[in-house]
Design a protein around this ligand. Structure first.
Ligand code: IMP
Length: 221
């Protein structure tokens, strides 16, 4: 999917802009995401540099859709760095919870301790999801999907975007330490392992991020 596909007012869709070889900013301060995106970009000869390496500020993610948040992160990073920038806004959508936490997935991990700085606690977040499912009784649907929206922005304000998805089931208790975020409770359909137990290369072959990347690669390289 691309922003250019929307063809407002019956105009013919414009061609998707290609990404020239050179530096590309990964507009994320999430180490897990940066690691995965670097891995996915490896074969395409781009020089990936993260927002943290460039000392870019952490943007305020005040959008109400994955697309809006992805776009604001990519535009800010492209604007401040003068380089093309790629951002990822992603999250977990749980069917029985009306697709929550969705765009607020990271917020569900916010921890405000009585002392010390606030931080993110993924076990707290996974427990919150499980607690809300438990409130609906033992027969509740455990179906969920991860969504990944990628936005690729250039310093002149042009943006392309792509969206990927992976369907799965939520397990409890959490299993595996290989991934990040909600990986230990997410078992993709047809698999026996959670994303947290799976070899990362295998996850990269089937994840929501891999799906969105496959579309990006086809369109811009
Ligand atoms: P945001 O896109 O920075 O708002 O954060 C989305 C949150 O969704 C991440 O911080 C993760 O907790 C979660 N998430 C996104 N992708 C994955 C994944 O591949 N595995 C596990 N959790 C994920």
């Amino acid at each position: 999917m691309s922003g250019e596909d929307e063809g407002i007012g019956g105009d013919a869709p414009q061609a998707i802009r290609k990404l020239e070889p050179g530096k590309l900013v990964i507009a994320s301060h999430n180490e897990g995401k940066v690691r995965e995106i670097r891995e996915l970009l490896k074969p395409y000869g781009v020089e990936a540099v993260s927002a943290a390496e460039l000392d870019l500020p952490v943007p305020v993610e005040n959008g109400t859709t994955f697309y809006a948040n992805a776009e604001l992160k990519a535009i800010q990073a492209a604007d401040l760095s003068g380089l093309p920038a790629l951002s990822d806004d992603s999250g977990l959508c749980v069917e029985a919870l009306g697709n929550a936490p969705g765009v607020y997935t990271a917020d569900w991990a916010e921890r405000q301790p009585l002392e010390g700085p606030p931080g993110r606690d993924w076990y707290l977040a996974m427990g919150k999801v499980e607690g809300k499912l438990a409130e609906q009784g033992p027969d509740v649907s455990r179906s969920a999907h991860f969504v990944c929206t990628l936005a690729l922005a250039w310093p002149d304000g042009h943006v392309e975007w792509f969206e990927g998805k992976v369907e799965g089931t939520l397990v409890w208790p959490p299993r595996g330490k290989k991934g990040f975020g909600y990986d230990p409770v997410f078992q993709p359909l047809g698999e026996n392992e959670t994303f947290g137990e799976m070899d990362p290369a295998r996850k990269h072959g089937m994840s929501h991020r891999a799906d969105a990347f496959a579309q990006l690669v086809k369109a811009v390289f």
